[in-house]
Design a protein around this ligand. Structure first.
Ligand code: LMR
Length: 336
């Protein structure tokens, strides 16, 4: 009798527990899919605008079923952490600059080679072609799936010195760089000393003299106020800052098929929107910097540009093996 009672009690407890467990599942069937989208730049930048557009479109497509939370300006994590957070499932979308993936695939280093792409149109052609598209899927074995590319623009070089026209002008200076081995090699070729640093720390590092200079797009320079703590910005256009919109491959494949399809469409539209804005935002921000009168914008002669190009050239040879000659040739082809 005693053991029968115990059995009844056990059955009852199990039933109650099962009921209790069933509740959250029933509730979660109604709950929206929450997508956290984290990034490190300001809202008015091309990436900031792209993320907002994606939120608007995704929520319009799936009212009550999908909720997108955008966290700009490193609010959640600095850029050193966001890739790890994505892999851990703490966020669902990020769009790091292409320079920040070199831990996951060496091939992507192609985007960082100095003076490889003539302009953002060439970058766009390369990204749209088979090699650029294949790179989106090149990190799936590491859990990262690229869904598209977003443009920012070409990089300019800035320092706290008055003269910045020739490569010799940066000799011995300390530069903040993104976490990229190619960029490290680039500054070493210039005789400067590169320091990898998260984006959110750059303003203070420039202000306090921890570093003397940095390289970035007009949009990032203006929105982070780097021009207020730098004397000269040389219009070098020596490289590109573009983004890969990435998601956690496992999370993505676990989504209901209709949601995945709808989000893909929303993403394509947000991409077109951000890419259309990018050039205008960069040109407008260049002008705003001029208008503040705070940092001098230095344009370069053909001869100056040739000197920068020649000094940085050995970087190509150094990384050719890891990147693959085919990718470099493909990128060069896109200049035509
Ligand atoms: C940087 O770290 O300088 C940029 O990659 C930031 C960004 O996301 O544009």
């Amino acid at each position: 009798m005693k053991s029968l009672n115990r059995l009844r009690r056990t059955l009852l407890t199990t039933a109650v527990a099962a009921g209790a467990m069933a509740l959250p599942f029933a509730a979660s069937a109604q709950a929206p899919i929450v997508i956290k989208f984290s990034h490190v730049v300001a809202e008015q930048t091309p990436k900031g605008q792209g993320a907002m557009k994606f939120k608007e479109l995704a929520e319009k497509k799936f009212p009550g079923r999908v909720q997108v939370q955008v966290f700009p300006s490193s609010q959640l994590f600095g850029d050193a952490k966001e890739l790890e957070a994505l892999l851990l499932g703490d966020v669902q979308f990020i769009a790091p600059s292409l320079s920040k993936f070199d831990r996951y695939t060496k091939k992507i280093q192609v985007y960082d080679l100095p003076f490889l792409f003539d302009n953002i149109e060439a970058v766009d052609r390369f990204q749209a072609g088979p090699q650029g598209q294949a790179l989106l899927k090149s990190m799936t074995n590491r859990g990262l799936l690229g869904l598209g590319y977003w443009h920012n623009g070409m990089k300019q070089m800035s320092t706290n010195k008055d003269k910045l026209t020739r490569p010799e002008d940066v000799k011995g200076l300390k530069f903040r760089i993104q976490a990229s081995d190619v960029l490290e090699a680039q500054f070493r070729e210039l005789g400067a000393s590169p320091q990898k640093m998260a984006f959110s720390e750059v303003y203070q590092a420039l202000q306090t003299g921890v570093v003397d200079g940095q390289e970035n797009t007009w949009s990032n320079i203006y929105s982070q106020k780097f021009h207020e703590v730098q004397k000269t910005i040389a219009e070098t256009n020596h490289g590109v800052i573009d983004y890969m919109l990435v998601t956690n491959a496992k999370w993505w494949s676990g989504l209901p098929a209709d949601i995945r399809k709808g989000l893909t469409e929303a993403m394509a539209e947000a991409t077109a929107h951000a890419n259309k804005l990018a050039a205008d935002i960069n040109q407008a921000d260049r002008k705003k910097i001029t208008d503040t009168g705070k940092a001098k914008i230095q344009t370069l002669s053909k001869d100056d540009v040739a000197a920068w190009r020649k000094t940085m050239e050995p970087v190509w040879k150094k990384f050719e093996g890891a990147i693959g000659r085919d990718l470099i040739d493909g990128a060069l082809q896109s200049n035509k």
